[in-house]
Design a protein. Structure first.
Length: 422
């Protein structure tokens, strides 16, 4: 008798099959062959492709100042201080947090990664008599961290994406039963590049004293806000019930996570009690050195020039995508674009076609998105030159009808799958 597969086992089988398929087609699990990376392009299977899969929005990961700072940190301190930060840390740690606190205008605490920041913060912040509400599209690392709360029998709910009416209904129902209601969401969503509705969230914060916001703004950092403080911090003033976590591996150009707290007392509690600050290893010394260099750039007038350069590229992409009538799922001014293609097989065909034409883009497919909402995900960075963007858009417009015909699919089907207006 054949074994009955659970939903989890079925999902694993689908993911394994999809990954094996795309890896076999040479469009995933790629090995970059360059001996030196320039950010604009890379070589894979002997062919050079323009890189439209990079989330280092300001291109700082190749900046000579960050490289020099990383080398200097290695020279002075070695590769890593192999001891928990609960015991000791080198001077670079407090210096980086001092600069980040200035940048965000709120107390900042750094972690090895954003994922570990969530795993450390959430069990400390959420009390036994609290409730948690998740936006269904909040990043997977937040979902995973919240699972740590189930052993404490803390109620956890998921609501439809950006539905503030549903959120308010749930707040009204829960507010007399729980001390705090935590709403967890992204500032800029990593798939479609759309935003959390900050004006609505501010109104709810003002109206319901039990509401607390925990926002992952990993993709909003650097390209948005004063000193690159991010999308959420640029849209919502400092609030005693708002906690924001960002990533330094995106626009900041280095690595690690940053938790931004409303008070020094709460920051210190998170550091003292957070499991990953006690038991995990530290950020490596070259990353700390490079992060300090990046923070100083962010705190200088140069950040405005970098942000403007990226904005011009984003505006160009939006203009050309509209001109060519491409199915961009959430047109906006963030540097993340998602062109819907619908069926996974159309996505496979498009990524392969684009690679053959000299472009690399991210394939977004199950489980990152729903099975029939496959798409081409393209972050835009300062490495991408205007002429690169023009060539990419033109090539997508030329190749998409061919891929649709090959897979017996249509543009009408794409618009229907994503509920887009033609």
């Amino acid at each position: 008798m054949a074994k009955h597969l659970t939903n989890h086992e079925q999902n694993l089988r689908i993911v394994d099959q999809i990954t094996s398929t795309v890896a076999g087609m040479g469009i995933a699990h790629l090995v970059i062959e360059d001996q030196r990376i320039n950010g604009r392009s890379f070589i894979v299977n002997g062919d050079e492709v323009l890189n439209f899969g990079n989330c280092s929005y300001l291109g700082l990961e190749t900046d000579v100042r960050l490289k020099a700072a990383a080398i200097d940190a290695i020279d002075k301190y070695g590769i890593v201080m192999s001891v928990s930060r609960a015991f000791a840390s080198i001077y670079l740690y407090p210096e980086l947090e001092r600069l980040l606190t200035k940048l965000f205008e709120s107390p900042a605490l750094v972690s090895v990664s954003t994922t570990l920041a969530h795993a450390s913060n959430i069990p400390v912040l959420v009390g036994d008599n609290d409730a948690v509400i998740l936006d269904i599209q909040v990043h997977n690392c937040v979902h995973n961290a919240v699972e740590l709360l189930r052993q404490r029998n803390i109620p956890i709910e998921k609501i439809r994406h950006n539905r503030m009416d549903i959120l308010e209904e749930r707040i009204q129902d829960l507010k007399d039963k729980h001390d705090k209601i935590w709403y967890m969401a992204d500032g800029v969503y990593s798939m479609y590049g759309d935003y959390a509705p900050t004006a609505d969230l501010q109104r709810l914060l003002d109206e319901y004293e039990q509401l607390h916001l925990y926002i992952d703004d990993a993709h909003g950092m650097s390209w948005a806000g004063k000193n690159g403080m991010g999308y959420i911090k640029s849209k919502m003033p400092k609030h005693p019930r708002l906690i924001v976590v960002v990533s330094m591996i995106k626009g900041f150009g280095t690595s690690g996570g940053v938790s931004i707290f409303p008070t020094e007392e709460l920051r210190q509690k998170a550091r003292n009690c957070g499991s990953t600050h006690i038991f995990s290893g530290p950020i490596t010394n070259p990353v700390l050195g490079a992060s300090i260099a990046s923070a100083r750039i962010h705190l200088s007038p140069e950040i405005d020039t970098l942000q403007q350069g990226l904005k011009e590229r984003v505006d160009l992409f939006n203009y050309l995508a509209k001109e060519y009538e491409l199915p961009v799922v959430h047109p906006n001014d963030s540097p993340i674009f998602f062109i819907g293609v619908g069926k996974p097989t159309v996505g496979y065909s498009m990524v392969r076609r684009l690679m053959d034409k000299g472009f690399y883009v991210n394939l977004s497919v199950f489980p990152s998105v729903s099975y029939n909402r496959t798409g081409l995900r393209m972050p835009i960075t300062l490495h991408n030159q205007p002429e690169d963007i023009e060539r990419l858009i033109k090539t997508i417009a030329e190749e998409l009808p061919k891929a649709l015909a090959e897979q017996d699919y249509s543009m009408k089907s794409i618009f229907s799958a994503f509920k887009l207006m033609k």
